[in-house]
Each structure stands twice: as C-alpha cells, then as structure tokens.
Design a protein around this ligand. Structure first.
Ligand code: ATP
Length: 445
C-alpha cells in the first residue's frame, strides 16, 4: 500500500476535505468571510474536544499539582499595561498612503512600494496587535479594554485567589484552555495563523532555585502530549531560542516546531518567564503576590515555567500529519490516519443493505450497544457499502462494523458475528458478537 503526502497542493486538499466533511468552515462564509477566522463544524468540534480532553487529562486531571482556571476574556486594561502588551505587543509595519493597507517592511517585493495598489508606503511604525474595545456605554480612555492576546494573564491575576483558596505548596501550576485574539497583519496557512484562536496554557510556579528541573519536566511532558494526539515524533523538532530572539520576560525558551506541508514552523512553546509577570502585577496592583515557604521560612515571588500550546495549530498539525492518499483495492482513496485518541468517530456501524429491515434493525441494536460504551460511534446506511467505507476513511474513523446476513442467520458461537474493517489496511475480520465490545474497546478506548 503506497502512501503519498508529497503533493504540493496538499493544503488545498485538506482545507477542501475539512469543508466538505464538516470539520472547518471559513468564518462568516455566507458574507464572504472574515479574514483570520474559522468556524468549526461537528467533526471539527469533536476533534478539537478530543485534543483538549487529552491535554486536560495529562496536565490537570492526571496530576496532583495543577489547578484549572477559566478567566474572563475581557480584563482590566491595567493587566495589559503591567504585562507589557500595551507598549510592546506590536509588529513593525509600514502603511500605504493611498490604500491604507499595512505590510511588514521586510516583506515588500519592492522597497517603498505598496504591493496592492502601487502607492507609496510610509515610515515603519509599531502597530499593536491587540483588539481594542470599550466596556460600557462611555467610550473614553477609562473604558478601554482588549480581547486578550494570550490566556496566561488570566492565570497570573488569579494567583492569589488560588493561594488563598487551595493553599497549594510550590511547585504548583494553573492551567487554562480558552480563546485568544491577535490582530495578525497577515493571517495565513489555514488555522496556523488566525486572528481568533484557542490556547492551552500552563503557568507552573516554582522556587527559582529549582526552575531547571521543572523546565525539563515540561519539555518531556510536551513531547508526550504530542504523542498522545498521535503526532509523528520525527516531524517534531526542538529549537532552543537564542538570547536576542526571546520574549522580553524569558530567560530560556524552547519552540517545538513541526513539519507542516508549508514548512517547519512553531507548534508550541515552553518558556521560563522568571518572576516577571507576578512581579509586574504585584507592583502595578499593589497587591502582594509573594509566597511564603514554610520549610525555608522564606517569602519570595515564585518563578514561572510556561508550556503554551495553540489548540488550532495542534489540530492543524494532527490533520496534516494524518492526511494520506493511497491505492486500496485498485482504487485511489483519501483517508485521515488519525489516532483513535483523537478521531471524531471511533466506530461506524452499518447494515450491509439499507433496504433489508432485518439487517437495519439488528445493526441499530448493535449500534446502540456499542454507543453506550463508546459514545463516539456513528451509524450509516446511506449509499453502498464501499462508499460508506470511503466516507468513514475520509473522516478518520478507525473501525467500521458491518452487520450482514451471516450475523442474522448463523448463531454464535459457531457462526454469526460481524465484520470489523480496519481503516488503514482495509482488511476485514470476523468478530463474534459476544466479543465485539471488548474487541473495539481494546483498540479505541
Ligand atoms: P508566532 O511566532 O507563530 O506568532 P508566538 O511565538 O507569538 O507565535 P506565543 O505568543 O508563544 O506565540 O503563543 C503560544 C502559542 O499560541 C503558539 O505556539 C501557537 O501555537 C499559538 N498561536 C500564537 N499565535 C497564533 C495565531 N495567530 N494563530 C493560531 N495560533 C497561534
């Protein structure tokens, strides 16, 4: 079986599959779209929730030292002043004097000339990437707020609430999954660079003497999480970010890069943020954000290790990694080789023929029994069986269960049973009805 992923238009094929099968649509599509926004359909939501749940299971539920948080997207503007985002979260851009379009100076094909209308571009200026809005009816300086450009600050400002209510001992972390917004000047590469996206972030607080140990721990955990979602480890690369290239608050950063079809690009980050954020917020809010260490009898501001994942970027990596084209039984097919951990549906159940009530009834019974134990199970009796297999292949369903006349006519243990087809090989095997649930659960749960 040949697999090929070397098509140059593989991204187009993936975007089209996503739309055709209800994974992801262009945001506000019927109005011509809104650049940098994407809407998830039923299969996309399922895939995204599976990735989120794996993350939450590994980093929150699977540990004793992590606390979940779900902070508001709109925050007091002083948060962003203290964090440095109001003054520093910007891209250097030039603006065309004629059409007002903005570009990065280093990306102009012809220096000083607008690539859209040929007009003259002005001096390079800093353009802040935060979406600004006003809270309440009055639009003045005091009512300014921003759509958060990262989830991290929602955790720093709740640090004291967690200390006071959960009484944790260092090291411990806060974890949050939520939307972030950046007015990216050039959203591109499908979900890779969007203006509205989701992040999965952890702020892990440590004694500064021990930051290295936690940094290395999360370096390994990050890789393990990528394996949880089924990413091919050989496409993941660690890049030690050099001194001059790190964010202002970071003393060490590793970017995890991934081989996307459009090149090797940042997938997630791991940063040692020192005590920068808590210190800034402590000074700015005048609220003491220090921690008292019972053992050493010392009071200090904890330091912070931040593993930060872009959920949509992770989902894009999963999709591009899983997208395959091959020949099966002399026919070309497209399929998503998704790990059962993330596949929107784990099992599909079919009656061999849709016009035989006896088959349909039995298939529905079996479907209901499987769905009780494996909720991500679907039923399909549309079109012929070959078409159904291809449809499930295309959305990455690892197993198809077909109910045929043998299921009905022959009684177990001698006969009966159903066929279970494997998505990747196309091979079918006969499995007794009594064993079916265990057989499937072993493979997908
Ligand atoms: P980039 O250099 O690609 O702009 P960044 O270094 O600014 O990313 P961080 O601020 O570290 O990114 O954000 C953490 C994670 O959030 C990134 O690793 C990425 O997965 C995700 N992310 C950041 N910006 C976007 C975006 N515009 N669209 C989708 N995901 C994003």
């Amino acid at each position: 079986m040949a697999e090929s992923n070397d098509k140059t238009d593989v991204m187009e094929a993936i975007i089209s599959l996503c739309k055709r099968r209800g994974f992801i649509f262009q945001g506000s599509e019927i109005y011509g779209g809104l650049a940098g926004t994407w809407d998830y359909g039923p299969l996309g939501v399922a895939l995204k929730n599976n990735i989120k749940n794996l993350w939450w299971r590994r980093f929150v539920d699977g540990r004793h030292d992590m606390f979940g948080v779900d902070a508001a997207i709109l925050m007091n503007q002083n948060v962003w002043k203290a964090s440095g985002h109001v003054s520093g979260f910007s891209d250097p851009l030039v603006e065309c004097s004629k059409c007002k379009h903005r570009f990065r100076a280093d990306q102009l094909a012809e220096a000083g000339k607008c690539p859209d209308c040929g007009g003259k571009v002005g001096e390079q200026k800093q353009f802040n990437m935060m979406f600004q809005t006003h809270v309440g009816a009055v639009q003045d300086e005091s009512s300014i707020s921003y759509l958060r450009p990262e989830t991290a600050q929602g955790m720093f400002v709740n640090f004291k609430n967690i200390l006071d209510t959960q009484h944790p001992r260092l090291p411990f972390g806060l974890a949050q999954i939520g939307k972030a917004f950046r007015n990216e000047i050039a959203p591109r590469d499908f979900l890779f660079r969007a203006r509205e996206f989701e992040q999965m972030e952890i702020e892990y607080f440590v004694n500064p003497k021990e930051w290295e140990k936690s940094f290395e721990h999360f370096q390994q955990e990050s890789k393990d999480f990528m394996a949880d979602v089924g990413l091919d480890g050989s496409k993941v690369h660690e890049l030690e970010v050099a001194d001059g290239d790190r964010a202002h608050y970071s003393k060490r950063t590793i970017d995890f890069e991934f081989d996307f079809p459009f090149g090797r690009k940042e997938l997630s980050g791991l940063a040692y943020r020192t005590d920068f954020d808590l210190k800034q917020h402590s000074e700015s809010s005048k609220v003491d954000l220090s921690y008292y260490d019972e053992e050493s009898k010392e009071r200090f501001i904890p330091h912070c290790i931040e593993p930060s994942f872009g959920l949509d970027r992770m989902l894009l990596a999963v999709l591009t990694d899983a997208y395959k084209e091959d020949d099966l039984g002399g026919e070309k097919r497209t399929y998503l080789k998704l790990s059962p951990n993330v596949a929107p549906y784990k099992v599909a159940v079919f009656p061999l023929l849709r016009n035989k009530p006896v088959l349909v009834e039995r298939a529905q019974q079996i479907f209901k029994a499987i769905k009780k134990e494996i909720p991500a199970t679907t039923f399909d009796d549309n079109g012929n069986i070959g078409k159904r297999y291809r449809r499930q292949d295309e959305i990455g369903t690892p197993f198809c269960v077909t109910i045929d006349f043998d299921t009905i006519e022959k009684n177990p243990p001698a006969g009966g049973g159903v066929t279970v087809r494997d998505r990747d090989t196309g091979k079918q095997e006969r499995v007794g009805e009594a064993e079916l649930l265990d057989f499937l659960k072993q493979k997908v749960v």
